[in-house]
Design a protein. Structure first.
Length: 478
């Protein structure tokens, strides 16, 4: 089947990969009491998926080029369904962490094949429609996990709770898998041997870093937590040196250090880190505050997020029109709106402590419209705007760095900003701790605005076209 026909099964693959990350946030508050996990260990469960996803993205794209995209897509979807069932059945914390690592690796196999297959659509309008549908599917998956997961957790079924919500991650994969055989078979486009060792080194280093940052505050920074952080940084430094040696020798690399010589690439990577670290932390903090701090049920928590989620999805679907209206200033304006929303929500959270829960929920539902529109208007144009400033000769390398930074930052945001929130909550109270965490995200959003202005002031690369969404990401992963 082509990407643009059938009952939408092809885009369900993109939906499922982001849904699986998001479902972890809504289940997080139930992991502590049921598995005896500390807040740091819960954060590690969430971050493990993101860092595994990040480490495998570029490698999976290269594997698809070498062994066939349809084959890799089928393998990834089957693995994601099986690992979702494994996560739902995990009897203990560390087996759940392992299952989440495998889920992240499976999602990493799925995403680049989906994007690469979209690139093979015949006409430019077909590719544009395919990319728009991919962006919408990914965005819907990101917010649907919070809402749908909460609703599933509230069902009175024998296998409900957080395990039932985790198991729903298998459904999109199974639906998409049913349509894989109808995809056209494209012969392998590369005989290059992928850098398996580099991917393993990157994943191990990121996981060590995130584990240390997640568990450190809860253990009073025991020596082993500090050692994990140090080993993570040393591993990343060694990975970077190895990639530089491989690039100079003309051997395959996962990320090319030479691409960072371009100012536009450096700016784009920093913007991705700031945006996705903030978003990952916000999703985690919202679930912990509403379910643990305010005592809402998972269903109530999910319903309170409806305004935010609905606005996020609607803004994402109308992003081409928004971009045509505001042009290259879209991200700057979105950052200003997000700063306003974060400030108002922080003030409301600070003064709502000790008062009726309904007051905070009402404030969030109203401000959620502003927050959803602002975050979607940052997320949608970022890749296209950054890649428009990058020459075509390094588009693939830059895009690979971007997607890796995007996923890794989700996990790092949970471990760092989310860690600040978890540490302060017992001392200040949940609403006050949430307000402080929003203040940290406010700082990252201001920095995002500064970088967006600098990026807009730079000349665009010759032969590139500004496009909303994720147009150039396919070049990075095809």
């Amino acid at each position: 089947m082509s990407a643009c026909n059938g009952p939408g099964r092809f885009y369900v693959a993109a939906f499922g990969a982001t849904y699986t990350f998001s479902i972890g946030n809504v289940t997080a508050p139930r992991l502590g009491p049921e598995l005896g996990a500390s807040r740091g260990e819960v954060a590690l469960v969430l971050a493990a998926f993101a860092v595994s996803f990040a480490a495998g993205l570029i490698l999976a794209g290269r594997l698809g080029d070498r062994y066939g995209r349809r084959r890799l897509l089928g393998i990834g979807l089957l693995a994601l369904a099986l690992t979702s069932a494994l996560a739902a059945a995990a009897p203990g914390l560390w087996l759940l962490v392992a299952a989440r690592v495998l889920q992240g690796a499976s999602s990493a196999i799925v995403m680049p094949q989906t994007l690469a297959i979209i690139q093979t659509l015949g006409s430019e309008p077909a590719r544009a429609r395919g990319l728009a549908a991919f962006t919408a599917s990914s965005g819907v998956g990101t917010v649907a996990g919070q809402v749908v997961g909460g609703l599933v957790m509230g069902l009175g079924l024998p296998f409900a709770g957080w395990r039932g919500a985790a198991l729903t991650s298998a459904i999109p994969s199974v639906l998409a898998l049913l349509g894989v055989r109808r995809l056209l078979v494209h012969p392998p486009s590369s005989t290059e041997r992928p850098d398996l060792g580099g991917a393993l080194g990157l994943g191990t280093s990121l996981l060590a870093l995130v584990a240390g940052l997640s568990l450190g505050p809860a253990t009073g920074w025991a020596w082993w937590a500090s050692a994990l952080v140090a080993l993570g940084f040393l591993g990343l430094y060694g990975f970077w040196l190895d990639q530089g040696r491989r690039e100079r020798a003309g051997r395959p690399v996962l990320v090319a250090p030479s691409s960072l010589r371009l100012p536009s690439v450096r700016l784009g990577l920093l913007m991705a880190v700031l945006l996705f670290a903030g978003y990952g932390a916000f999703s985690y903090e919202y679930s912990m505050l509403t379910q643990v701090g305010l005592g809402l049920t998972p269903v109530q928590s999910g319903l309170a997020l409806t305004a935010f989620a609905g606005t996020f999805v609607l803004a994402g679907l109308h992003m081409p029109g928004i971009m045509s209206r505001f042009g290259e200033r879209t991200m700057e304006l979105a950052a200003v709106l997000l700063c306003a929303g974060l400030t108002l929500l922080g003030v409301a959270s600070w003064f709502a402590q000790g008062k009726s829960v309904a007051i905070w929920v009402g404030c969030f539902e109203v401000l959620g419209v502003l927050l959803g529109a602002a975050q979607a208007s940052q997320y949608g144009p970022l890749v296209g705007t950054v890649m428009a400033a990058v020459p075509h000769r390094v588009a693939g390398l830059a895009g690979g760095l971007f997607t890796t930074a995007q996923q890794a930052s989700l996990g790092l945001g949970i471990a760092t900003i989310g860690g600040v929130f978890g540490t302060l909550a017992p001392r200040l109270g949940w609403e006050h701790a949430f307000a402080v965490a929003l203040g940290v995200q406010l700082i990252t959003t201001v920095l995002f605005w500064v970088l967006a202005r600098r990026l807009r002031s730079r000349p665009r690369a010759c032969g590139t076209v500004l496009a909303p969404g994720v147009q150039h990401r396919t070049e990075a992963l095809d």
